[in-house]
Design a protein around this ligand. Structure first.
Ligand code: ADE
Ligand code: ZN
Length: 340
């Protein structure tokens, strides 16, 4: 079978996806109109033309501005339903979605509205299509730990109502200058409530940020983590503890973490024995959902069929699903590989 079709058909899990980053310009315009929000762009084309980023912060400025069109439960539903449709088209059967409540609560949108809209779309997708998913609440690291604690306090009363979906906390936004240690207490509290912990680290920040995510936050997965390669001791730790990295190749390209995809270290990280996964991060902003990330990376790094199967399998292994569910997905993956 031709490699392109083989990659597209692989069953996949997506573990690093900001739901606000799946807001396509068409929907941004439609929601702006529905909610009477004025956008600083004349057209959908003008929005896309503005997506020319120099670094993480230049992206975050547009990303937070775009999220301002999200106001009602139905907006969050529509956003999430559109993502699920794109993910299913790429043969994603399980997704763990990040969401940033602080981006919305600071504009007066209630926490409960954000949860309700995302969850209703995910439950509909489960019922209608068997699409599996979870939600991971991310704290914005450019804000204070007190604000993160207040966010956790506001979300905890919703825990029971969303026990089937909300399974963890994460840490995102501008990395450099906001080390993981700043959030030690809020992560400790989240873990006390049985929530999983993940954190963005080693995207733009140096290896000590990855150490901090592991040791201060007890992160079970590292989001990005590509700069870990600069520290051999850290590489040994990630390998021996089997800590997965949720790598986002097209994001790294667009935010100029790498100049050219051919220079991306994903293959080296994989060949060093790390549990590397491929993910889309903010697909509406970075030019591609899961299949585009897999295809572009496979071509740029000349990944073998076996390596691509390994990466797809790592997505299931690194997920927060039950062991039984993971085994079922891995069997499905191996059946696909045998049949193609
Ligand atoms: N928020 C959305 N995408 C992000 C990224 N790639 N890094 C940090 N924060 C983010
Ligand atoms: Zn991210």
């Amino acid at each position: 079978m031709e490699m392109h079709n083989f990659i597209c058909g692989l069953p996949k899990a997506e573990l690093h996806l900001h739901i606000e980053g799946s807001l396509e310009p068409e929907m941004m315009f439609a929601l702006a109109q529905r909610n009477g929000v004025t956008l600083p762009y004349a057209s959908v084309e003008a929005v896309r033309a503005a997506y020319n980023f120099s670094d993480l912060q230049s992206f975050l400025d547009l990303y937070y501005a775009g999220a301002a069109v999200l106001q009602t439960e139905q907006d969050f539903y529509d956003l999430t339903a559109a993502y699920v449709q794109r993910a299913r088209a790429d043969n994603v059967c399980h997704a763990e979605l990040f969401f940033d409540p602080q981006t919305h609560t600071e504009r007066g949108v209630p926490m409960a509205t954000v949860f309700a809209g995302i969850a209703r779309a995910l439950r509909d997708a489960r019922e209608q299509h068997g699409f599996s998913s979870r939600m991971i609440l991310c704290f914005l690291r450019h804000l204070s730990e007190e604000e993160a604690l207040a966010t956790l306090e506001a979300a905890l009363p919703l825990r029971e109502a969303y026990a089937d979906l909300w399974i963890g906390v994460g840490l995102d936004s501008g990395e450099v200058g906001n080390p993981p240690e700043k959030f030690s207490r809020v992560f400790a509290k989240a873990r006390e409530f049985g929530l999983h912990a993940v954190a963005h680290a080693g995207e733009e920040g140096p290896p000590p940020y990855v150490w901090g995510a592991l040791d201060a936050l007890k992160a079970e997965r590292i989001d990005h983590g590509v700069r870990s390669e600069e520290d051999p001791e850290l590489m040994r730790r990630l390998a021996s503890d089997n800590v997965p990295l949720t790598v986002c190749p097209l994001s790294n390209l667009k935010l100029r973490v790498v100049k050219d995809l051919r220079e991306h270290n994903l293959a080296r990280l994989l060949r060093a024995g790390l549990c590397v996964t491929i993910n889309s991060d903010d697909p509406a902003y970075f030019g591609g959902y899961m299949n585009n990330n897999f295809l572009a990376t496979a071509e740029a790094l000349q990944l073998s069929r076996e390596e691509l199967v390994q990466i797809a399998g790592n997505g299931f292994v690194a997920s927060f699903a039950s062991d039984q569910q993971k085994q079922a997905w891995l069997s499905e993956l191996h059946e696909y590989v045998s049949a193609h």
